[in-house]
Design a protein around this ligand. Structure first.
Ligand code: 5RP
Ligand code: MG
Length: 212
């Protein structure tokens, strides 16, 4: 089992505040995500800036794309993104069109989806999935638990590299001990911390402690 990656999600409402945070933790994290909120506010410019700052890092555009996959993906790739996300209700042609333009596409699991659909994503050559607790579900009182673990394990058994995200804190990681999680994605767990650098390092240390 390899060490899960740590991905920071930059869900800032403006580029200046995203850049102020990423320079504190960019060398600690493995993957930098231009979050959905930032994509909507300053997408192309944000991807270009992150790529220029971190030429060697994996950069993800969390577009949660639902349509026009090829065009959106080409724009993201031209700006410097390696990967982009598509929403799970997008059609297979949308996913395939996106996959033709970026290095990899990740399917964002939100709302209703089935393992039958998931098999079709695999059959289409898409082998990354992001298992989410949405912000709004967490605000409504949802918590991480066995139900999530079981879905994540099933997706891994099917052959997906699975990222886990949504209101994660360092303590949540323990739940996934023994599970071959590909990446933990955290936004506010780092960016809302009193000291983002200390918070990012704490995630890294805990990953090493559990999976190392
Ligand atoms: C929400 C997202 C976020 O980027 C992801 O959930 C990480 O953010 P946070 O740790 O703040 O929940 O894609 O749709
Ligand atoms: Mg995101």
């Amino acid at each position: 089992m390899s060490l899960p990656n740590l991905q920071i999600a930059l869900d800032h409402s403006n580029l200046a505040s995203a850049l102020a945070d990423i320079v504190k933790v960019g060398e600690i994290v493995d993957i930098v995500e231009v979050g959905t909120i930032l994509c909507l506010q300053a997408g192309e410019e944000a991807i270009r800036c992150i790529r220029a700052l971190y030429p060697e890092k994996l950069v993800v555009a969390d577009t949660k794309c639902a349509d026009a996959g090829g065009t959106v993906a080409k724009n993201c790739a031209d700006a410097g993104a390696d990967w982009m996300t598509v929403i799970c209700c997008a059609t297979i042609p949308t996913m395939k069109a996106a996959a033709a333009e970026v290095k990899e596409v990740q399917v964002e699991l939100y709302g209703d989806w089935t393992y039958e659909q998931a098999q079709k994503w695999l059959d289409a050559g898409i082998s990354q999935a992001i298992y989410h607790q949405s912000r709004d579900a967490l605000l409504a009182g949802e918590t991480w638990g066995e139900k999530d673990l079981s879905k994540v394990k099933t997706l891994i058994d099917m052959g997906f590299r699975v990222s886990v995200t949504g209101g994660l804190d360092v303590e949540t990681l323990e739940l996934f001990k023994g599970v071959d999680v590909y990446t933990f994605i955290t936004g506010r767990g780092i960016t809302s911390a009193y000291d983002p650098q200390v918070a990012a390092q704490a995630f890294k240390d805990e990953i090493k402690c559990i999976w190392g």
